[in-house]
Design a protein around this ligand. Sequence first.
Ligand SMILES: [Zn+2]
Length: 153
Amino acid sequence: MGCGKWEEFAAILGYAVLSSVIDRWRWTKLGLGDFVVSSARSIIDEYILPSSNMQTRWSSLAPIKVNVLAWRLAINKLATKVHLYNRGRVVPSILCGVCDYGIESTDHLFFGCSLAVDLMLEVGRWWRLDIPTIGSFLSWHMLFESLRRKKNY
Ligand SMILES: [Zn+2]
């Protein structure tokens, strides 16, 4: 730090007012000073957890890991190659590891990849259902919701 910078720094510090209170930790989220778990949770909810206007649906019939996978799929937060690349991770290729053709996004892996499409056709044949070709989670979600509405009438 040059001499001019030091004088500038000292001048800025000259405006600082220090209190005589002993140093201590202070939680300032709500401005009360004391740490409260609920305020920490609200910070996590507000700044870290992804938000979505899509209602989370948990199935008691499916294992928790399946529910978590479906939730992460719904909010597009699965660790696909595209997401890893976008986060700055070194990814040798963003092409799908299954077909080596499409870009490995959530929609491709679950709805666009030839393996996913073939698997969906086989499940449809097995259950004797006419499952339409779906290209994205949003399309699947809309189809699923329309089926739920029909069932409730
Ligand atoms: Zn693929």
